[in-house]
Every structure is written in structure tokens, then in C-alpha cells.
Design a protein around this ligand. Sequence first.
Ligand SMILES: Nc1ncnc2c1ncn2[C@@H]1O[C@H](COP(=O)(O)OP(=O)(O)OP(=O)(O)O)[C@@H](O)[C@H]1O
Ligand SMILES: [Mg+2]
Length: 898
Amino acid sequence: MASLPTGTVTFLFTDLEGSTRLWEAHPDAMQVALARHDEILRGSVEEHDGHVIKTMGDGFHAVFADASDAVMAAVDAQHGLAREPWGEPGELRARMGIHSGPAELRSGDYYGPTVNKAARVMSVGHGGQVLVSHATQELVRDTLASDVTTTDLGEHRLRDVSRPERVFQVVAPGLRADFPPIRTQLAVPGNVTPDVTPMVGRADDAHAVAEALGRRRLVTLTGPGGIGKTTLALHVARALTERLPQGAWFCDLATADSAESLLDVIAATLGVPPAAGESLAESVTTFLRARETLLVLDNCEHLTEAAARFAATALGAGSGVRVLATSREPLGVEGELVYALGPLAVPDRDGDPVAIAESDAVRVFTQRAAAVRPGFAVTDENAAAVAELCRRLDGIPLALELAASRVTAMTPSEILQRMGERFRLLKGGPRTGSPRHQTLLSAIDWSYSLLDDSERGVFTRLAVFAGGFDLEAAERVASDDLLGPLDIVDVLTALVSKSMIVASSNDGTTTRYHMLESLRDFALTRLDKSAHWRRRHAAYFGTFAATAGRGLIAHDEAMWRGRVRVELDNLRAAVSWALSTGDRDMTRAHVIIAALARESHRDKASGISGWAERAVDSARSADPPVRTAVLAAAAHASLSRDELAAARELATEALVDGIPAGCASPSSAHLALAMSEAYSGRVPRAERTLTAGIELIEGLAADDPAAQLTHGRATLLAQRAIVRSAAHENDDARADLDAALALAREIGNPSLLVDALYAASWVHWDDDPDRALAALEECIVVTREVGGHSTIDGALSQAARLHVRRGETRPALEMLREAIAHSHRTGYRRATMFALSCAADVFDRAGDAETAAVLAGSSAAVPLGPDAAADNEPHPAALSLEATVAFALDRIDLALDS
Ligand SMILES: Nc1ncnc2c1ncn2[C@@H]1O[C@H](COP(=O)(O)OP(=O)(O)OP(=O)(O)O)[C@@H](O)[C@H]1O
Ligand SMILES: [Mg+2]
């Protein structure tokens, strides 16, 4: 035997799925089968120049000098196992995992993290699946046989591995390709994306801030506008996110205009929906409790008090929460560590051109200058002027960028001279803030003075946008009689090249633009007739919301949900401004909320339902179709907090005149009313409500073919199918279901199909469990595709219960694992508790009474399903929800590993 490889090696781990059960059921046959299994695996490993280091239980640990040999050995082994006629024990399926890296070889065995990680990669797979780590994938990318490829399964957290790991699945002819999600601690949470433009310098600052966050849980980065607070905070968050089990969350508070909207932004960023009996602040606190995470609160200066209050609450939620705030002023909270961010290093007065070019401020200047004037560099001729300019601009990155953008038409010494004149001119004016802030304002003012009239006009108007905008929005909002929509693109391009506007592409297809905060502040102070432009902004987003509302009930729902999410800040800003006017403009807020009424209860974390609650009073006097939709959205907001009486009252009020023609969400009020009735046990009443709604919609549809009406009718039919099957009116329930399913398939709206399929599981639960399970499985697939759903948790739990009934423990546990982890992560506690109680049931049936008792005792079962246990109050000695979730996931993993 050739000697074992050293240096960078590749490990293959394999493990037989469900072997404990197989051994118990077929002890003799398994002995024979296992011998054959070993032969196949050993043969494949050796044929590809690998070495079997040891066998453990029913698995192998092998090593290869070459990574692609390891992958090909795994593929061959899977083929061999799949071809084998196994006879009595049934098909044997092995999961396989591969990882490459350095490892220490001692007396015929390998040691070190690479070995552990390879074993972890294997452990998250399913029988028949071959997983490889990112390190291995990089090595084999170009060397595998042409029909063997890898698909990216995304980043995942593996047990005992500190950083998240990107996992790939090997795809080859003859290998099964469709597997359930891999069994990891879920993808890396948080919303901090990789850096696009690298930060210049600041290594010491980054280190100091990260270190400060290790000692104190609240660090505030302070400094004048444009100094680089946001840039540094993002950089630190990126560096820390991988070490935090719940990642890092970047909350942009620049556009929040009140304590309420500050919470709105944070909840929408974290994806926290409102919960029963709680304020939104409490829901966010509950979400943060027992999580290890970093919250970046960016741009707190205009709301320091509210931000301080929130930071204190967040820190109080649990010791794992850390807050990194950026603000021009400290928050003034106890325990806050203030880190004052200084400017970038500027060159010495007597430095030579090489030393000048190396200073951080000059590097920022040169980079930006080269972006608008390719080839720009520090030379013997311009070095002194560049150095002086950077000193003059106090090393403030934003000021440097603004100046650098002018090298298209001026040399550095000309910029220096012109800017100097302007600065002297400004000196006479009133001084506010620190000298550095003055420098920045002067630099901005100088840049602004160089714009032509149309650029100035567009620049200031664009400040009405919150959270960025695309070209179409700019064309519609910022144009006027003199400057048509088609002129806007040229002006916008000019503003980008002058660093007054930042362009970025969010998904590779649409360019989005935004203004840096200091520039937006400046523009807002210059925005004449501000109400006029805000009105245009709100009107544009009213139209956008109407289009989105129609898209959300059509087949391309997922795309529209994404677009609404992208525009959430703009929508919120428009609603908030319109409501603050207290006059006719308030209608503009109502129109937006009414158009998105359905989405307010679909995507509960979007915060739209909160806007509806704020608009209720003023919406009472709005046009009937708008009024009904806003009141219905507010009713759903109450419903999601389990305030049934309030929900009933609002829904009833919404329906005083029936359903007005032209209502954007004709089913919402009846749905809210019926659900509040059903939740309080009045099932016959809920059925009558739904029937009334269906009849009203049918009446309207007689002379209006609007898609909203068809969709609304199907929604209510699906709901009535559930209510009728709960009342054992089986034939009627089936008729409703058939009609709802047919409409859902015809319209092709995924969420409607999800509702109908979920209803199908109720209707068929007793008489045709196979059909109920098939419906749930399709429901889960569609839900995964369309996103924005809490239904997936309920569907997974219900499907698990049906699997258990058939004696299929493994798929049941896999589904419950996902339901528990997903609902816990998204904060749907009702669904978590239901999944936990289902898990208790599975363990009970599997004979693990202890685990079952802990889970049952710690979860209050919520009657989400036809035969779910009701009134299961938590035991006083019960574990907390977090502890129960951790316990359940651990026990499920153990059960799945055996
Ligand atoms: N270290 C750096 N390297 C390169 N560019 C930087 C650096 N720091 C900041 N910038 C750039 O300078 C500009 C202003 O930075 P940033 O927005 O982070 O400042 P800020 O302090 O958060 O400002 P505000 O108070 O307006 O929020 C941005 O365009 C940013 O990309
Ligand atoms: Mg900032």
C-alpha cells in the first residue's frame, strides 16, 4: 500500500442512513448487506487512488491526495450502492461528505479541523447525496468529468464549526438530485452583504471597534457627516457576522421620521411580525432574546432619543445582543462606549510624491478621480496640490469624493483654488457644528454651486426619495414642464459622475440610485415647495402600490413581493408624510395602504399593517373602496395580535355598506371577520360570514370581471372549505375546495394555491390521508418558491403528523426540524409551539417518553389543525421557548443520526 498523503488532503466520510432501524429489523440480512456495502465502498475508494483510514459503525473515513479522485470515488460508490439488489433490508443509502485542507498525520490517522469539518459536511446530507465543501469545490471545479457538476446549496452553519460553510451538492447522471433541504443550523442569517468597494485604510479603527464590541455591548461611532461612519460600521459588521450565530443586521434609520417608524424599520429589517398581546417593541425584544447577534443602527442622529430607548431595550433583551450605532452625536445611554471616528490620514506638508500617494486621504481621492478620469494618478507635478487639497478637506472621505469628481474638467490645483474662493465666501455665513462639519458643508456647497440649473433642480427634488429609487421613479417624480422625463436620465448620469448621487445595481438588472445622508440633508434644506415634490412622490408610489397590488394576486407574485420590499422605505415615507399633512393629501396614504391591504397580512413583517392602524381614524372619511380596504387591513393587524374583539369590530365597520365596487381587496374584511369568529370558537358564524362575502363578491363580479374579485372569491371559498370541514359538512367542504383549487390553478397565483392546498389537507384529513399529505407536500413546494409565508410552518407540521400516522418517523422529524427552526427564526411563535407539540407526539410514538414529556410540557399546543390537542397550557416548570427549541432540535438531530 502506498504511503498516506500529507499536506493538503481530501477526506471522504460516508454514513449509512437509518442503519440502527435496519439492524433492529433485519439483524441477519444486515450482516450480509453490510459486508457487500463495505466491499462496494472500499472498491470505489481504492480504484480512485484513495485509502480507507477506518470504518466507523456503518461509515467510512477515506483520504485522497487529489480532491477530484475523492469526488469520483463518491460518485462511483453511490452508483454501486444504487445498482445493488439489496434484498431483505431494502435499499441501503449512504450520505457522503467531502472536504479538503491541511491535516496532521500521526500513526496512521489524521487529526485537526479539516477532519472534523469533513465529518460535519457528511452529517448534514441525506442518504444518496454527495456534499462537498467550498474548499473542495474550488479544487475540483475544472477537473471533474464533464458530466459531473456541483450545485451551490448556499452558506450553512455546521455544528461545532465556527464559520458558516458554503455547501455544494455533486450532480451526476444516475445520482438522485432532489433532496430535502440539508440538515444544518440554517443558512447564515442577517442582511449584511459582501463588500463591493473596499474601504481604504481604517484597519486600526476597525480593529478597535470590533474589540470594543467584545467588551461593551453598545458602541456608538460618532463623527461629522461624510467621515465614514456607515462605511466602517458595515465593514465591522461584515467581519463579525460569521462569528455570530444569528449574524448581523444592518438597519438604515436615515429615513425613519419618528420613534414609531424607527421601530417599523427595525422590525421590517429583522422580519419580525406583530404578536399576540404585545407592542411591536416587545415583539422585537422577544425576537432578540437569547440570540447572539449584532444590530447596526445606522444614522441615529435625527432620532437619538428614540434610538437610545430602543438600544436600551434591545440590550435588555438578552446578553447576546450587541448594538453598533452610527450617529453624529452620542446616544447618551448608560454603558454606551463612544468611538469618535477621525478623518483619514492626510499627507505631511513636506512629503515627497511617493509618500503623498500612499496616504489614505490621497488614496481615496485618487481612486475616485481615476474612476471619472481613467489614468489619473499622483505625479511630481500635481502631488503638492493634491496633498494640499486633501488637507484642506480635512481628510473627510465624502468631501474628497466630491472634489475628486471634478478632475474631469479641472486640475487639482484649479480645484484647490476655486474651492478656496468658495470657502472664503461661505465663511461669512452662520456657523453651525464642528469645523469639520463646516468643511464638509463647504465642500458640498461648492459642488452644488458648480451644477447647472437642471442638475440642481433634480438633485434637490431627488431628496424626497427614501431608501433609493430607480430611473423610472426619478423620471416620474423629478420631472416638470421644463425638464421632461426623458431629460432626467442625462441629468442623473451627470449627478452620478459628480458624486452627488450613488448608483448601484441591486439585482444585476435594475440600477438603483441613492443619496448619501449628508448630501440628502443638504438637498432637503434647499427643496423649495417641498409639499409639491412630496405630493408627486406619494402619487407615484400610490400608482406603484396599485400595480404591485394587482401583481401580488397574479402569477408573478414573488417578483412583486420583492419589488414592494425594495420600495418599503419609499412607501413608508410617502404614507408617513401624507398622514402628517392632516389635509386632503392624507388620501394618498390611504390609497397606498388600500392597494397593499392583502400584502399587509401576507407579509406580516413588512409593517404595512401598522401603517393601516395609524391611518384608520382618517380613513373613516375616505372613499368607500379605500375606506373598506384600510379598515380591513387594520382588522388583520388586530387579528395577528390575537385581539379578536377589536378585529371583529374593525371588520364589521369595514363592511357597513357591504363591499364597495372597486375595492382593491374585496375579501379581506370578511376573511378577518370569519377568522376572528372561528378563533373564538364560533364556527357556524364564521361560515355564515364567509357565505355572505362570497355572495357579495359574486354580485359585484356579475358586471365587473376584475381579477381582485375572482381572487377574493377563491380566497373565501378556500377558507369556507376549512370551516365547513371543521363543522363536518364534508360534501359542502369538498365542493368549496374543488372550486377554490380550480380557480387557484386557473389564476396561477401561488399564495392562493397555497391557501387552497392547505384547505385540501383539512378536507381530506380523515377520509383520504394520502391525498391530504400530497396536498401538503405541494403546498410546501409552492410556499418555498413564493416566500413571504408563515403557512409553510403549519404545512410542515401537519405533513409530519400524517407521516407519523403512516409510521414514517424520519420524514416527520425532518419536516418538524425545519418547521421549528424556521418559525423560531422568523418569530412566529404560534407555529413554533404547534411544531413542538407535534414533535412531542412523534417522540411519544417512537417510545422516547422523556423527550416527549419535556416537549409537551414546554409547548402550549395551539389548535391549528383538525385534530390537534387543544388547551395544552404550559407547565409552570416548563423550559423557555428558546431552551425548548434548542432541546428539540438537538433531540431530532440525535434521532436522525441514529
Ligand atoms: N475608508 C474609506 N475608504 C474609501 N471610501 C470611504 C471610506 N470611508 C468613507 N468613504 C466614502 O465616503 C462617503 C461617505 O462615507 P459614509 O457614508 O460612510 O459617511 P458617514 O460618516 O456615514 O456620513 P453621514 O453622517 O452622512 O451618514 C461614501 O461614499 C463612502 O464610500
Ligand atoms: Mg452614515
